[in-house]
Write a protein that binds this ligand. Sequence first.
Ligand SMILES: NC(=O)C1=CN([C@@H]2O[C@H](COP(=O)(O)OP(=O)(O)OC[C@H]3O[C@@H](n4cnc5c(N)ncnc54)[C@H](OP(=O)(O)O)[C@@H]3O)[C@@H](O)[C@H]2O)C=CC1
Ligand SMILES: O=C(O)C1=N[C@H](C(=O)O)C[C@H](O)C1
Length: 248
Amino acid sequence: MIKVGVLGAQGKMGAQTCLAVEAADGVELVARLDLGDDLDALTAAGAQVVVDFTRPEVVMDNLGWCIGHGINAVVGTTGFDDERLATLRSQLEQSPGTGVLIAPNFSIGAVLMMQFAAQAAKYYESVEIVELHHPDKVDAPSGTARRTAELVAAARREAGLGSSPDATTTGLDGARGADVDGVRVHGIRLRGLVAHQEVLFGDTGETLTIRHDSMHRESFMAGVLLGVRRIVDTPGLTVGLENFLDVG
Ligand SMILES: NC(=O)C1=CN([C@@H]2O[C@H](COP(=O)(O)OP(=O)(O)OC[C@H]3O[C@@H](n4cnc5c(N)ncnc54)[C@H](OP(=O)(O)O)[C@@H]3O)[C@@H](O)[C@H]2O)C=CC1
Ligand SMILES: O=C(O)C1=N[C@H](C(=O)O)C[C@H](O)C1
């Protein structure tokens, strides 16, 4: 039985995670913590894995604490850049045997969407990403969109392609979205949505659209549970759930 603690347990994803862990075989929910709770409750409860769905501004402190106490972590919280990943790698070197999974998206379909987009990238002159989320989301663009843009940009670089063509010379700030690694990312926030993304490719006479929709937060739970079960045997830093699937 893997003992699991949840950070951000009263949040939208944390609450869903608590339900999923309670209902799953081979895992046991031993701690639910939220803002202001003492992390020592994790060691007191014997947590072997912490699932973090908190906020980009607090997640690094949470992970520093977990790694320092030899507790594995499965992280859905967004906000990871190369600098943060480098910090985690060096912290993990001091705690051999401890594992951290950073997953920009736990939904299997979203992982496939990212993989398919990376595969398609080298064949198209133009690419743009549209991410669509509920209006209570704290960050923009989404972690998934950032990761998709990075994967697409890497594939384009490898194929010798530059940025998408864009002849805009005048306009309003923001009208062309954010530039992530040379890929334009557009964010929509709309009541009624959960988490959705389109990756649009274009070339002469054709377009290809790869779209994924999470209609409910349950869509992330199979991935979270997979992460919990695998991270106990996967020391060091793992970025992306695809590493625990056979689609990477
Ligand atoms: N990887 C993935 O598949 C997914 C990732 N996410 C990401 O997960 C994160 C959380 O999303 P969501 O659940 O919607 O957000 P919520 O705002 O609903 O939940 C965040 C929770 O974390 C709590 N919290 C804040 N600071 C701390 C702290 N220091 N320690 C413990 N808990 C804390 C908040 O408490 P309070 O409200 O009191 O501040 C709140 O209960 C976001 O970064 C989001 O992008 C979301 C969906 C899927
Ligand atoms: O905040 C959310 O809701 C989501 N956050 C993640 C992200 O930023 O990519 C994953 C998913 O899109 C839902």
